[in-house]
Design a protein around this ligand. Structure first.
Ligand SMILES: [Zn+2]
Ligand SMILES: [Zn+2]
Length: 158
């Protein structure tokens, strides 16, 4: 973690500016129907980070949604331009998911998994089938060991 340089992100109007202070845990693309509806597009890319590693400035709008899993999820938008910045899923303890493409260097965080591939748009061809999951994955299997270890350590010390 010592060699990790904080990464920055923002909305489109500049009201929201944020920094992620510690190395993200995992990035996935979700092709579920809810994510498609929310984005109005084919999939979403989310990067999971420690809750306490987000330093955010600007006025956010909070909305509550019921996620596909039936559990609730809070989502946060820029109050001015409406860009969706991050979400806080009930099932993800002390983790939040930032919208990867609100980062200034999203290319550093390509999806490590594609989930809900069963509802992906048929014209999308994911080359790496090894990281495709019909529905959700089990982090214990999909995540790199390094991320699992850091998350475990984080939960124990927070
Ligand atoms: Zn904005
Ligand atoms: Zn989804």
């Amino acid at each position: 973690m010592e060699d990790f340089k904080p990464i920055s992100g923002s909305c489109i109007c500049g009201e929201i500016k944020y920094t992620v202070k510690s190395k993200p845990l995992f990035t996935h693309a979700c092709h579920c129907k809810d994510c498609k509806k929310i984005t109005g597009s084919s999939f979403v890319v989310n990067t999971s980070i420690f809750e306490s590693s987000l330093d955010i400035k600007g006025e956010l709008l909070e909305k509550k949604l019921i996620a596909g899993s039936g559990k609730s999820c809070k989502i946060y938008f820029c109050k001015k331009c409406g860009v969706y910045i991050y979400s806080d899923y009930e099932f993800a303890v002390k983790r939040i998911s930032i919208r990867t493409n609100t980062l200034s260097n999203p290319e550093l965080f390509p999806p490590q998994a594609h989930i809900f591939v069963k509802s992906k748009d048929p014209w999308i061809n994911i080359v790496n089938k090894d990281i495709c999951y019909d529905e959700m994955y089990d982090p214990k299997i999909a995540w790199p060991k390094e991320s699992l270890d850091r998350y475990k350590e984080y939960l124990e010390s927070n």
